[in-house]
Design a protein around this ligand. Structure first.
Ligand SMILES: O=P(O)(O)OC[C@H]1O[C@](O)(CO)[C@@H](O)[C@@H]1O
Length: 540
């Protein structure tokens, strides 16, 4: 069994209706659903049968998935283009596992965890005060990419768990307007800053950190304010010290934790400062439980493996190019953006581990939005264009607001969309409906085609009992493992991101060209754009 033969296998599926799969199988929902770590997955609305699933399990076996899972968790150098292990999972495991996997290096990891714990305690209790002797009120987290999305998704998901009284503000994009928007609202004397940069060389993060540093120095008479109010999380202690941070305020990172998988490390310091140590532990515990499930459950009952294989089926057998992430919960509004990075930066590749061109498609284009806003925007295309877009619906059974009617309607909309996307509406159904409403036959023939819906869109529905640190941890770990499994089956390295480098290099060339440097290696189009930008500067 290999990926290339999947499209042959899918011939029957291409012409079959998903809804027909329910009529012949009274147990479909029971057999096509699974629970673990506070999550329930219903995948019965996927266009797949038992025989086809079995082929996918065989594909997982021939891809040596079980060995690859073991290799990841035991710390083998599976990121072979950067010669690194991939061990973010160890950060959420008990200390005895840390010691077993990391050996002597576990000491630094455990000590860093402890240090982070103490910082959170000292700041929330007021044992650690600002340079002016006041209690901190706000935190600015500065970072981008993997040093940003995890914190952002967890901060917005866990709003009801913001218990320490500190407010977090996240700055990522290199746009002065975004920085100013935050700074105008803040008091430098009571604001703590955490710079998160694994490399401490990222242009956006360093420029934003400098802007915040200048703002703070301008608004304080105490020149030691940076030493007293700034923390950093980085592998590059030297650069962070040169920036002006005290060594004891720099928490280490390790090259075996990829940026987009780093929420489980000290990168989460701003989050822990807001939700407290206990809630941060629970977030890691939820992820750890998912890790245990992923390592131990047979593939047939393994949630990340199943979701990965269903994704492979949709991408490589049915040849669908997209994946919509639709959380019907305001708390998960940042999830689509987070998963865009985790999925597309990991698996948006077209060469194998050994550098050969792959003969199959890899990561889907991931997009999404919180429901029901999505229904009033791009979901029109999902219902009526020719494009079939597999979807993950994510919903919490228990809402967090005091408006229960809202929650019921929200959930009803979620369930309605997965049904509508699967069921669609045939032209005959439209004609009958219009006739029953007394519409004339001329009008029926004019309108019927416009009102039909293609249906047959496959979806998963993920139910969380409620939003909690544990359940969020489980959800994020679920997607991390799903992406890993897909990388294994696609035979690529999910853990590098060379694709972002060319843009960075050319960004520097263009910046120098804007300042009078050589433009000859740039296209006429880019030269013209630079000229227009420089002209606009001269005018103002
Ligand atoms: O943490 P750093 O080193 O500032 O890097 C930021 C981000 O930039 C990337 O290298 C590329 O977008 C991400 O993988 C990383 O998370």
């Amino acid at each position: 069994m290999d990926i290339s033969s999947l499209s042959q296998l899918s011939k029957v599926a291409q012409s079959r209706s998903i809804i027909s799969l329910f009529s012949g199988d009274a147990d479909r929902v029971e057999n096509y659903s699974i629970s673990t770590s506070g999550l329930y997955l219903d995948f019965s609305k996927q266009n797949i049968t038992n025989e086809e699933l079995n082929q996918l399990f065989e594909l997982a076996t021939t891809s040596k998935l079980a060995d690859k899972i073991k290799a990841q968790f035991s710390g083998e150098m599976i990121n072979n283009t950067e010669n690194r292990a991939v061990l973010h999972t160890v950060l959420r495991s008990p200390n005895e596992i840390k010691r077993k996997i990391l050996g002597a290096n576990a000491d630094e990891v455990i000590a860093t965890e402890q240090h982070m714990h103490e910082i959170v305690d000292d700041i929330s209790s007021g044992a650690l005060l600002s340079a002016s002797g006041e209690k901190f009120t706000d935190i600015i987290a500065i970072g981008i990419g993997g040093s940003y999305y995890g914190i952002k998704v967890a901060l917005s998901a866990l709003t009801p768990f913001h218990i320490t009284g500190l407010n977090a503000h996240v700055i990522a994009n290199v746009d002065g307007a975004a920085v100013e928007e935050k700074l105008t609202k803040l008091n430098a004397a009571t604001t703590l800053v955490v710079v998160i940069s694994k490399t401490f060389t990222t242009q956006e993060t360093l420029l934003n950190a400098l802007a915040v540093k200048n703002w703070m120095l301008k608004n304080s008479a105490d020149a030691s304010i940076i030493e007293k109010q700034w923390f950093a999380v980085s592998t590059n202690i030297v650069k962070a010290t040169e920036f002006g941070l005290l060594k004891r305020n720099i928490l280490p990172m390790w090259d075996w934790v990829g940026g987009r998988f780093s929420l489980w490390s000290a990168v989460a310091l701003p989050l822990a400062l807001v939700i407290g140590n206990e809630n941060f532990k629970k977030l890691k515990q939820g992820a750890y439980e998912m890790d245990q499930h992923f390592q131990n459950a047979p593939f047939e009952q393994n949630m990340p493996v199943l979701m990965a294989l269903l994704g492979i089926w949709n991408r490589n057998a049915l040849q669908y190019s997209n994946l919509a992430i639709l959380p019907y919960d305001h708390s998960l509004r940042a999830l689509p953006g987070y998963l865009q990075q985790t999925d597309m930066e990991s698996n948006g590749k077209s060469v194998s581990n050994s550098g050969e061109k792959l003969a199959w498609k890899t990561a889907p284009i991931v997009f999404g939005q919180e429901g029901t806003n999505a229904q009033h925007a791009f979901m029109q295309l999902m219902h009526q264009s020719d494009e079939i877009i597999p979807t993950d619906f994510i919903v919490c059974l228990k809402g967090t607001s005091d408006l229960p009617a809202h929650h019921q309607i929200l959930v009803a909309n979620c369930f309605a969309q997965s049904e509508a996307l699967m069921r669609g509406k045939t032209i005959t159904e439209v004609e009958d409906e219009l006739a029953a409403a007394g519409v004339t036959s001329e009008e029926i023939s004019r309108l019927a085609a416009h009102k039909t819906m293609k249906g047959n869109t496959p979806s998963n529905t993920l139910l969380l009992g409620e939003m909690s640190p544990e359940n969020l941890g489980g959800l994020l770990a679920l997607y991390e493992h799903k992406i890993f499994v897909q990388g294994v089956i696609w035979q690529l390295n999910s853990f590098d991101q060379w694709g972002v480098e060319l843009g960075k290099q050319l960004g520097n060339i263009i910046l120098s060209a804007m300042n009078g440097g050589d433009t000859s290696m740039l296209s006429a189009s880019s030269q013209n754009l630079i000229k227009r930008f420089n002209l606009s500067l001269n005018k103002s």
